[in-house]
Design a protein around this ligand. Structure first.
Ligand SMILES: Cc1cc2nc3c(=O)[nH]c(=O)nc-3n(C[C@H](O)[C@H](O)[C@H](O)COP(=O)(O)OP(=O)(O)OC[C@H]3O[C@@H](n4cnc5c(N)ncnc54)[C@H](O)[C@@H]3O)c2cc1C
Length: 441
């Protein structure tokens, strides 16, 4: 192993450690990579030591929090993984309406801790997603249309930079780094060690579920896309189109208001097709968190997606239906997540998250078990993505896809130039790099 004056500290896992096999895997088990060492940091000093040690020994670095990167960008072969997942403390200052959250927190324990104090942050739906990757790329979930993206609620970050120094960023100090950390994507500028977020009071919420037969799919997609991005912003919703073989279309959502009002708002949807089931209920917010849990646990997958700025025309909807008819896998699906509301109140250059004016985002989802299923499913999802390109604009940096060649434009639009300038300022030697990382200008 490397020689160095700096010693690694924290929980250090080398390849001969019995914990190495588990520690080297991300959530997407399609990837199998072999880091030379994984450091589970317990303190900021462990992160500093790991960065300095890696630099001194010319060893490439990856940061990891929840390990949910679609393309396993938090892993690498023959490098060091600096994992912050054991730094997960939460300090709430309820009177001030802020919480300091260490960079390794994952969503469910975080929501539970904040809920016990009657507050929350508008994060994502999967309980095991990490706060770092989620926030740095944007972060949307079931409260987004009312409370904004998670990165819009970010006030301060503490980060270890490429020299192994601590830097802070807020609206006054290093405000360009804060701008870049609001949607510029994880792993680009340094290793975040903690965040300060604005928190929101929360109690009960109204939720709904509607299911239709697949024969109603075309009509339901048309109705949903004309309704979901423009309805009362206290309501955020999802539409899920399953395969023809599965035979379902469903919609679900969360409303910050009374269930009678929600029933009224839902009329354009409930009047569409012949719903097989309509359920509206009031539940405590934390139950809604569990209800929207979409994480089946670590598995092999290739998901990708696209923002929709203008309602899909009939031929685009026919294309989606065609791909769901020929899906090689019964469990594939397309998920539509409503946006606008608070997201669109900030201009595209107000933060690094560019796609402020999109109506909604679509995710093309494929997962499988056996290795023999990988090729047909990946081929299917890539053909679907390509076939939809002419109807959509760009995609989400937190759903990275290595098949996308012009990824700077797809993720960042015209914000990429500014991101490159900020990269040059904070990481001129490009120490924090991976396949789709921001290049220094
Ligand atoms: C099942 C599932 C459900 C999801 N649901 C949602 C959702 O509801 N809403 C949504 O917006 N997104 C969702 N996502 C996408 C998710 O936002 C991204 O995968 C996100 O990057 C995951 O962050 P992580 O910390 O778990 O992942 P990691 O793989 O640990 O990190 C992701 C990226 O951030 C970098 N990074 C990690 N920690 C740090 C750090 N401390 N400092 C700097 N860089 C760091 C990594 O190097 C990597 O490039 C989901 C993903 C999955 C797999």
């Amino acid at each position: 192993m490397a020689n160095s004056n700096i010693k690694l500290t924290g929980r250090i896992v080398f390849p001969d450690d019995p914990n190495y096999e588990n520690a080297r895997l991300d959530y997407n088990t399609r990837f199998s990579k072999y880091p030379c060492v994984i450091v589970f940091c317990q303190r900021v000093q462990d992160v500093i030591n790991a960065v300095k040690w890696a630099r001194e020994n010319h060893i490439p670095i990856r940061a990891r929090c929840g390990g949910h990167s679609y393309e396993a960008f938090s892993l690498l072969n023959n490098g060091i993984v600096i994992d912050v997942s054991e730094m997960d403390k939460i300090y709430l200052k309820k009177r001030k309406g802020i919480a300091t959250i260490q960079a390794g927190a994952t969503l469910l324990p975080l929501y539970e801790a904040l809920w016990s104090e009657g507050v929350t942050i508008p994060g994502g739906t999967c309980p095991t997603v990490g706060i770092s990757g989620l926030t740095l790329g944007g972060g949307f979930g079931m409260l987004t249309r009312k409370m904004g993206l998670l990165c819009d609620n970010l006030i301060t970050i503490e980060m270890v930079n490429a020299k192994g120094e601590i830097v802070y960023a807020d609206e006054c100090v290093n405000s360009d780094l804060l701008w870049a950390s609001r949607g510029g994507g994880g792993g680009n500028f340094g290793i975040v060690t903690s965040f300060v977020f604005k928190v929101h009071p929360i109690s009960n919420v109204a939720v709904y579920d509607i299911t239709w037969d697949w024969s109603d799919a075309e009509e339901v997609i048309k109705a949903w896309q004309d309704w979901a991005p423009f309805v009362d912003e206290r309501l955020t919703s999802i539409l899920e189109l399953y395969t023809k073989n599965d035979g379902r279309v469903s919609s679900t959502g969360e409303f910050l208001g009374h269930e009678d009002e929600l029933k009224h708002l839902l009329k354009p949807l409930t009047a569409t097709g012949k719903p097989k089931q309509i359920k509206v209920q009031t539940i405590p917010y934390i139950e809604a968190v569990l209800k929207f849990d979409d994480g089946p646990g670590p598995h092999k997958f290739k998901n990708t997606g696209a923002f929709v700025y203008h309602s899909l025309p009939d031929e685009a909807i026919s294309t989606l239906l065609y791909y769901m008819e020929i899906s090689p896998n019964k469990d594939n699906s397309i998920q539509f997540q409503s946006l606008r509301g608070a997201v669109s109140k900030i201009p595209p250059d107000g933060t690094a998250y560019f796609h402020r004016e999109a109506d909604y985002i679509m995710q093309y989802i494929t997962r499988w078990k056996g290795d023999y299923e990988e090729c047909p499913n990946i081929y299917w999802v890539e053909k679907l993505r390509e076939s939809m390109l002419r109807y959509v604009d760009g995609t989400y940096v937190n759903w990275p896809d290595t098949f996308i060649k012009d990824w700077p434009c797809a993720y960042y639009g015209t914000n990429y130039r500014k991101l490159m300038r900020i990269k040059r300022k904070y990481d001129p030697e490009n120490i924090f790099r991976f396949e789709q990382s921001i290049r220094p200008e």
